[in-house]
Design a protein around this ligand. Structure first.
Ligand code: NAI
Length: 612
């Protein structure tokens, strides 16, 4: 056979694999066949019209050395790769070996980020397979280090930057984004990045990381996700003086222009990608976070993960704890150490949960105590010193107490929840007191990072003789106490936000009212097995998170249809199957389906595909 081969017969369309009749195509000009526009079974990808080196430069399709011989020939990349053909499994082994060579988590983060730029499927497979170890590298705590040195480690643009100087042109900028279908956006203005404060445009690491989790933990296809930085400047002096800083070099613009930018941005998203595009606000400072949530929550499909995601996860843990304590939630008294956004968000959702369980609002309010830097929140506080969202928890008729020991002794709470970033404040004395009041005291040390935790898992179990129901904000290793191994749970927001996003993107949910977050808390609590509880967990193991997200999205989908909030019509009968059909697969696509034979012109003796 010479190099002059031709193809004829039924050949699959490279977009949808649907067969079509082809009379004669000289192989030399063969780029794959495509159905006429509109006839595809799946209107998905158009990139296979590309050939040559560009195929290797596109992370969405690049398989590296896993391209088969036939694919290399069809796509015009034969010779551009070493001759060996590797399976994805071998590639994963090689990448893990390389990753394990680094001790520094930031180096691991950079390595994975460049992998994401090279081959998306490989990146997500590694993430998905080893979620417990890779999550802290891709997201917190390492993403914080990445944001701190974003200017230095910046390699390739990821996501979209919209600045306050683009006012009047935001829609045009969104039109520069190449994807026609964006279903989920994570947006930040970089003002309160984790516990690190104002990092300006360097905060882009957060939406980028969060959306990687949308795909890894919920299977939302990466091309439907868009990270956005709204750059209005920064008040971080060190960044303003840093020659490598990637953002606008002036102080934050606030007030009318700030609000006009956010307004125009929201309208532009709706115009470009539709009303049902999910817009997740992330790491906005307290003064804007609540305000913007209240302003947009009924007009757009939006939520704030720092407020609502955190609350849903914490309340889920509290609900799950009732199966250990054998008490109803309405029988608990709760003490929050901290009255900031995390505590207030949790307390408000908890209030809803108590009311939902049948408790009158006034009685429910009496069960929730908040303690901040000035002591217990009481009605004696000067007028205006409490925010609208936490003033309702201020107590009357109780003594003013400024020591946590005193308050614990006075209230004898069933659950203490720490979210004030005061390391070690759950002292041996407090933990022992909790154990003396209750058979199974609930101790949640939610402050991040680990060094800020109110107590360690070991302290919680040791000072309560192993009776504490413990969860933390940062991960703790299993603890052995008195011959039993306890697995402390991490109250990680990842248990809720990916499932919510998956439901929104699969069922086109219009808005996300607070009832969705209470529902997600209940669904998550139901997913905690008796086995998990026996091991000391109040959440499912992190390694099960993809399944948790799918189940969560299925339940939320059902809830959305009952609330008349989902737009996908007709309503899918088997919602779980509907979701599973749409989720991202990390398996490589076969660009030359096996069903037709490919002439092997370059390797005549190749024992692979049969020749024509
Ligand atoms: P924030 O700044 O809004 O609130 C902090 C609160 O702590 C304020 O009410 C302040 O008065 C209080 N506080 C400070 N020092 C205190 C002291 N010595 N005694 C008593 N109260 C004191 O902060 P935010 O956003 O509420 O976060 C607080 C902590 O919760 C952080 O460490 C954060 O990492 C953690 N967090 C954990 C989450 C999770 O586990 N999923 C989610 C969100 C926050």
């Amino acid at each position: 056979m010479s190099g002059q081969v031709s193809l004829r017969g039924l050949l699959p369309c490279l977009r949808c694999s649907g067969l079509q009749k082809v009379v004669w195509i000289p192989a030399a000009s063969f780029h794959g066949t495509l159905h006429l526009r509109g006839e595809h079974k799946v209107d998905q990808i158009g990139y296979l019209r590309q050939r040559g080196i560009d195929v290797l430069r596109k992370p969405e399709i690049n398989k590296g050395m896993a391209f088969s011989l036939a694919e290399r020939q069809i796509l015009g990349i034969h010779g551009l790769l070493p001759p060996a053909i590797l399976s994805q499994d071998s590639q994963v082994k090689r990448l893990k070996a390389n990753l394990n060579k680094y001790d520094d988590p930031l180096q691991k983060h950079i390595y994975l980020s460049t992998l994401q730029d090279r081959s998306e499927k490989l990146f997500y497979r590694i993430l998905k397979e080893d979620i417990e170890n890779i999550l802290p590298i891709v997201y917190t705590p390492t993403v914080g280090l990445a944001c701190l040195s974003y200017g230095l480690i910046y390699r390739k643009p990821k996501g979209l930057y919209v600045t306050v100087h683009d006012l009047g042109h935001v829609y045009e900028i969104l039109c520069n984004w190449p994807a026609e279908t964006v279903k989920a956006i994570v947006v930040t203005d970089g003002e309160r990045i984790l516990g690190l404060g104002d990092l300006g445009a360097n905060g882009m690491g957060i939406p980028v990381g969060k959306l990687a989790l949308y795909t890894a933990l919920a299977g939302i296809p990466p091309d439907q996700c868009l990270p956005i930085m709204l750059d209005v400047g920064t008040n971080n002096k060190a960044l303003l003086e840093d020659p490598l800083y990637i953002g606008l070099r002036h102080e934050r613009i606030r007030g009318e222009r700030y609000d006009a930018l956010i307004d125009e941005f929201m309208r532009a998203v709706k115009k470009r990608w539709g009303q049902d595009t999910l817009i997740q606000f992330e790491d906005f400072a307290n003064q804007n976070a609540y305000r913007l949530l209240d302003k947009y929550r009924t007009q757009y499909c939006t939520f704030n993960d720092d407020i609502q995601g955190t609350a849903a996860v914490a309340v889920a843990g509290l609900i799950a704890s009732t199966r250990v304590t054998k008490k109803r939630l309405s029988e608990y008294t709760f003490l929050f150490q901290g009255a900031g956004s995390a505590s207030t968000g949790i307390a408000n959702l908890l209030l809803r949960a108590l009311i939902d369980s049948g408790l009158p609002e006034q009685q429910a309010l009496e069960k929730i105590y908040l303690f901040d830097i000035h002591g217990l929140l009481t009605q004696d506080r000067p007028k205006g010193s409490l925010s609208e969202s936490n003033a309702k928890f201020a107590k009357s008729g109780v003594p003013n107490m400024t020591s946590l020991d005193e308050v614990v002794e006075f209230i004898k709470p069933n659950a203490i929840i720490g979210a004030a970033g005061v390391a070690g404040v759950f002292s041996e004395r407090i933990l022992k007191a909790m154990a003396s009041y209750h058979e199974r005291p609930v101790i949640f040390a939610l402050s991040n990072p680990t060094s800020y935790a109110e107590c360690t898992a070991e302290q919680a179990y040791t000072h309560t003789q192993g009776r504490a129901v413990f969860a933390s904000g940062s991960p703790f290793s299993p603890v052995e106490y008195d011959g039993k191994v306890y697995h402390p749970s991490q109250g990680n927001n990842s248990y809720v936000f990916p499932g919510i996003a998956l439901a929104v993107t699969q069922f086109d949910i219009r808005h996300l009212p607070e009832s969705f977050f209470l529902a997600s808390a209940k669904y998550l609590a139901e997913m905690v097995s008796d086995h998990d509880l026996a091991e000391g967990r109040v959440y499912p193991p992190l390694s099960h998170i993809l399944q948790v997200s799918i189940k969560m999205a299925t339940q939320i989908g059902g809830f959305a249809y009952r609330e008349n909030m989902a737009l996908v019509y007709p309503e899918p009968i088997d919602k779980e199957q509907h979701i599973r059909d749409g989720i991202y697969s990390t398996d490589y696509e076969n660009f030359v389906p096996n069903m037709y034979e490919w002439p092997d012109v370059a390797y005549p003796d190749h024992k692979g595909p049969r020749k024509f």
